[in-house]
Design a protein around this ligand. Sequence first.
Ligand code: NDP
Length: 332
Amino acid sequence: GREWHLVARPQGWPTPADFALREAPVAEPGEGQVLVRNIHFSVDPYMRGRMSTAKSYVEPFELDKPMQGGAVGEVIASNAEGFEVGDHVLHFLGWRQYATVNAKSAVKVDPEAAPLSTYLGVLGMPGLTAYAGLLRVADFKEGDAVFVSGAAGAVGGQVGQIAKLKGASRVIGSAGSDEKVKVLLEEYGFDAAFNYKNGPVKDQLKEAAPDGIDVYFDNVGGDHLEAAIAALNLHGRIAVCGMISQYNATEPTPAPRNLAQIIAKRFRMEGLLVGDHYDLQPKFVEEVSAWVRSGELKYRETFVEGIENGVEAFLGLLRGENTGKMVVSLPA
Ligand code: NDP
């Protein structure tokens, strides 16, 4: 089977030359293992961090080894109790066609209950990030006005819709194209949305939120964060989920320059790591899957087909080519 290796640590924007698609033997499962044919794998922004050696909350990818990440697939050989050929599993050995997985780190998923790809998105890690980040870290309360950046992405789209479903007074989103803004307004039910490429975020946010905001869910950092601080009401909360605008930066970015407002506004700003919130998983799955079934919560997915297009899918994600979750699908 073929698998993607990181072969050089990107400086700034990654390029295709930093990666190699290599052939690897398909290992028979040892004791306690299953052999999985991957059907979908995830490309996520945090993987950019794993490509560098900067100290972070996950280990860097090793050079000349297969990259890792969320994946769902079908068990094609099993040497583990409780796992049968034909079972579907969620696991962490993506970026490859075949994975030999320790059954302990695989979770069975039901393709009848929901499409397999949704376990990587709306019902998976990004979904839990949105749910825990908004409801727990940002301490969302009914009546709050919520601003979310990266709003047409996997996490952001769900943040805005959960806020609406939980009684937000106003939900505002920003995204990088007019088509995405249209999705936010017409499909996801945001009250206001703007394309951050059409003008200064600060001005556009002021117009979209004339009465200010109580919560900012940050996926982007930089100018977005600065604009949100400016718009924040007294005792507002900022959940910092991501700062994608600086993942490929080669120099420190200046914004936000107005952090001193934290005093006068007594706002709270807290970082969020999804891994801290798996205790909410059952509640999250129950609540969100019900909204998905009833059609109250919409989600989108952008599929890129073929293992050979995996790196292009990741680069496309950084460029904003996805609406909703970016997923690489592997035809049988
Ligand atoms: P998305 O589906 O949102 O995809 C990334 C999006 O980021 C792109 O579609 C693009 O959309 C946008 N983007 C890229 N560059 C910029 C830029 N310079 N300025 C503004 N937007 C940009 O990814 P996810 O939903 O998976 O992740 C969203 C954020 O959440 C990321 O920051 C990620 O790191 C973070 N995250 C954090 C977790 C945690 O535990 N802390 C867990 C999961 C995700 P556009 O066209 O709008 O520019």
